[in-house]
Write a protein that binds this ligand. Sequence first.
Ligand SMILES: *Cc1c(COP(=O)(O)O)cnc(C)c1O
Length: 386
Amino acid sequence: MTDRKNRPLSPATRLAQALHHVEERTGAVVPPIQLSATYARGADYAPRQPYIYRRDSNETTEHAEAIIADLEGAAATLLFASGMSAAGAVLESLAPGAHVLAPGVMYHGVLQQMHKHQTTGRLAITQYPAGDLDAMQAAIRPGQTALVWVETPNNPDWTVTDIAAAARIAHDAGARLIADCTATPPCCTRALDLGADISFHSATKYLNGHSDVTAGALSVCETGAIWDAIADVRKLQGTILHSFDAWLLIRGMRTLMLRVERQTENALAIAQHFEGHPLLQSVLYPGLPSHPGHGVALRQTGGMFGGMLSIITKGGEQTAIDTARACRLFYPATSLGGVESLIEHRKTVSGPGFDVHPNLLRLSIGIEDAQDLIDDLEQALTHAVG
Ligand SMILES: *Cc1c(COP(=O)(O)O)cnc(C)c1O
């Protein structure tokens, strides 16, 4: 029999209440925004609280970090001013000359950071085909590889990587595993539970969910020297998330569960509708049973596949671009994870040097009515071919 008294609260409950925040002095159920850049010391000249200067830490950003740590099952979370600055801190914290394994297809900005470190000789980067564990195993250098980077499902193909299997490969070689699961936030995938050493999310996307903040989150289940080195980069470079943005993020995260449930439902309806469509070559969505990574995705997300999918149009590249241009509801904009649906011709946005199908349109599905979105895509496809 379930002991109801000892049953832990569901993440949905903890999120909705921002960890049951109540302001001691006033009883306010919404946390204040602590904007102060500096903190006065007490009469004994010691800091009154652990705060000295906002660049180091502040209570609003820490509250947002606590919510994400709770959701991730993490010992600690750090928030950065963007996903890119969070990723940058991880790369920066590695020893000069460290070897890093990264997917051949991944978020273009992080890949650009890696290439930059390679060009300057700071890091050695080897790429493996995303999701291919045999290739990862073959490319890893036991005792030399410091970090294995996994992005799952990866941008913009939505190839799925088995995080637990990747963690075994990394750990057997003495490397650490970082998992970028931005497309399936921690209410879908808890990367640390699956064996990742660092869980990375662009909180700009699903965690915030309203396209009005840029933020990046790193979480770990074990703190120590490596975590301290990452925190040090944030402090020295001044890339902590601003308290105002942290407050918006806290507000956004309260509805994370509802949003992602609806986005998943909508994405699945759209993927099912367009699978086998006469104007499309393919629909890429891990929630479709025909997707090669469906089984692993099901295991890693519990069926909350998220709202990201891509379609590959028939015809030439211009037909794909014209489809994005002809949409009336989908915004022709980059980014993802917001409540409004977005469409983008990925090749135009990621620029030259990235391995992306010229006819690929990336869709970030929002919380609108699914049939309205289907109708919009139908008319756009017909218009583009027309
Ligand atoms: C957006 C994104 C990033 C970068 O995050 P920003 O918040 O835009 O700096 C990294 N990885 C993935 C998968 C992303 O979608």
